[in-house]
Ligand binder design. Structure first.
Ligand SMILES: Nc1ncnc2c1ncn2[C@@H]1O[C@H](COP(=O)(O)OS(=O)(=O)O)[C@@H](OP(=O)(O)O)[C@H]1O
Length: 573
């Protein structure tokens, strides 16, 4: 039998309210609706399916205060994370949210009503207190930042009636609700299950750790990764799930099951560990692994850890009797090359050689295409990671040329286009200023606002193409620093961005202008012309500066090629 849920009853609101579904659906159609944010949606899903039992809704003020100050709901039940529904004053006024009101909760992705909340109260949280008590208060902590920057100023508490489950279109078969997982364990005849939480790819060390934990308890393994919201910058869940699927056959005799958890993590270390344990208990697990720095966000900008490495383990230990799920504390696993085995760090005798590859080192090896040894991971896992993290020679990039009209930026861009096409290996896209103007920005003029909008469009297209692995060459005038900076930020989410300042002086550009465009600007036919009667802000931080009055197109192209080569982008594998 699976472990009893937290509080004794699984609050599967979908199953509970199924008989009234039609009635609730019709009622919601007539109600005002709160459109939920991504994080609220994740929370809602786990309230509706019982993952957050004993919760039956979003916390009211009494429960919230208890959880924040003391890890307890008003009735004394252990619960460590405030699960709240935040709204703005404007939403409260527009929707008439007040005690006793019924309001629909809507999915922003498909506009479906998923639940109805009966409002208990509307209250203004003490954010400073929440930040301090729940997360430790460091303003750089991601959940504290989220609290101050994104969370609205009021919370709405109240119980929910469930209308429908969330629709998912990825890995649907692996998204077990607590009830489904419990049934699955029963079917398999598993009575002891060790759950493993993760937001990272799994390698040999994790496989060894989970098998060890299972062996010590004569249990089976639930690999229970988070696929809701994790730490910004984490490897996306699509890649991770393919990694877990590749790893699964490495467990002997089907001893592990993979289930995906749609949780929005807060990276709350000790508080989060207690919460994670409760969630796994609700999913039927009897044991839960808590490792070093469990659900911690790493270090702040001063290099300080947000939490002590074993704070999470102490926290779950403190509540061990109440938790009702046995926590399995684990040290870091390390590889012993001389005996070709993994051991927890604290069990390694002094003088024994050990090997480790950090997350940063792994990312570097993926980026450079460097070998990832078999002692560290399985070839089938590495293959999945390499597919989503191709080496630099296969990654996209953007060359962004900025400069005055007739500075030579267009000629360099065209020459670079054929040079990169000759090189092969990537599709090359050329975004010349005038082409973009006619194809994408036809309605725009040359006011600062319109120019910024134009560069914004180029940046968007360049970032999408860079994501798809292309080489992008853009050559607008782009006279404003802020817009160029924005373009860099957008593209760098997906690949490299190089700003090339074509710094040919105005006198030269004007003197050599065969199209007579400067003449038109000088005699007033064209107004607000860059360099003549509109400013050009010199780039503060160009990756390369070239000047056609002193050099030529061929040299400029060669300099760009050398830059790309030095960055590893042109290597032929
Ligand atoms: N008022 C004014 N100011 C500057 N440029 C003007 C203007 N009116 C028309 N043009 C011609 O439009 C071409 C494209 O400009 P851009 O889109 O690159 O300008 S911006 O980056 O949006 O500021 C640009 O050509 P290239 O520099 O050859 O691309 C200009 O010749």
């Amino acid at each position: 039998m699976a472990n009893p849920p937290h509080g004794g009853v699984l609050k599967d609101l979908i199953a509970r309210d199924a008989p009234r579904r039609k009635e609730l659906y019709d009622e919601a159609e007539k109600l005002q609706a709160i459109v939920l944010t991504e994080r609220q949606l994740c929370d809602l899903e786990l309230i509706l399916n019982g993952g957050f039992s004993p919760l039956e809704g979003f916390l009211n003020e009494k429960d919230y205060n208890g959880v924040v100050s003391d890890n307890r709901l008003a009735d004394g039940a252990l619960f460590s994370m405030p699960i709240t529904l935040d709204v703005s004053q404007q939403t409260i006024d527009n929707l008439g949210i007040k005690a006793g009101a019924r309001v629909a909760l809507r999915d922003f992705r498909d506009d479906r009503n998923l639940a109805i909340i009966t409002v208990d109260d509307v209250y203004r949280p003490d954010k400073q207190k929440e930040a301090k008590e729940v997360f430790g208060g460091d303003p750089e902590h991601p959940a504290v930042k989220y609290l101050y920057e994104t969370v609205q100023e009021f919370y709405v508490g109240g119980k929910l009636d469930a209308i429908d489950r969330l629709e998912h279109y990825d890995y649907v078969g692996l998204r077990y609700t607590p009830a489904e997982l419990r049934l699955h364990f029963d079917k398999l005849g598993w009575s002891k299950v060790v759950a493993f939480q993760t937001r990272n790819p799994m390698h040999r060390a994790h496989r060894e750790l989970t098998v060890r934990a299972a062996r010590a308890r004569q249990a089976n393994v639930l690999i229970h990764p988070v696929v809701g919201l994790t730490k910004p910058g984490d490897i996306d869940h699509f890649t991770r799930v393919r990694v877990y699927q590749a790893l699964l056959p490495r467990y002997p005799n089907g001893m592990a099951v993979l289930g995906l958890l749609p949780l929005a993590m807060r990276m709350g270390g000790p508080r989060e560990a207690i919460w994670h344990a409760i969630i796994r208990k609700n999913h039927g697990a009897t044991h839960f692994i808590v490792g070093r720095d469990h659900a911690g966000p790493g270090k702040n900008s001063k290099g300080e850890e947000f939490y002590g490495p074993y704070d999470a383990q102490y926290a779950v230990e403190k509540y061990r009797d109440e938790l009702g799920i046995e926590v399995v504390p684990f040290q870091m696993m390390t590889y012993l090359p001389d005996s070709d085995e993994y051991k927890p760090k604290d069990e390694v005798k002094e003088g024994i050689r050990t090997l480790d590859i950090s997350g940063t080192e792994l990312r570097k090896r993926l980026r450079t295409g460097q070998e990832i040894p078999e002692w560290f991971s399985y070839p089938e896992v590495v293959r999945v990671l390499r597919e989503s993290h191709p080496p630099r020679s296969q990654q996209g990039f953007t060359i962004f040329l900025t400069g005055l009209t007739n500075s030579g930026k267009d000629a360099i861009a065209r020459a670079l286009n054929v040079t990169l096409n000759q090189q092969g290996g990537r599709s090359v896209s050329l975004l010349l200023g005038e082409n973009v103007r006619s194809e994408l920005s036809g309605e725009l003029g040359f006011s600062r606002e319109d120019r910024d909008r134009n560069i914004g469009r180029i940046a968007f297209v360049a970032s999408e193409l860079t994501k798809a692995g292309a080489a992008v060459i853009a050559a607008p005038i782009a006279p404003f620093e802020q817009a160029r900076k924005h373009a860099r930020e957008l593209v760098e989410k997906y690949g490299s961005f190089y700003l090339i300042h074509v710094a040919t002086p105005l006198e030269y550009a004007e003197k050599t202008d065969r199209r007579g465009i400067y003449a038109k600007a000088r005699n007033g036919e064209i107004k607000g012309f860059t360099g003549v009667d509109d400013p050009y802000e010199t780039p503060q931080k160009a990756d390369l500066t070239v000047d056609i009055s002193k050099s030529n197109v061929r040299t400029a192209v060669h300099q760009i090629i050398l830059l790309l080569e030095a960055e590893g982008l042109l290597e032929q594998l």
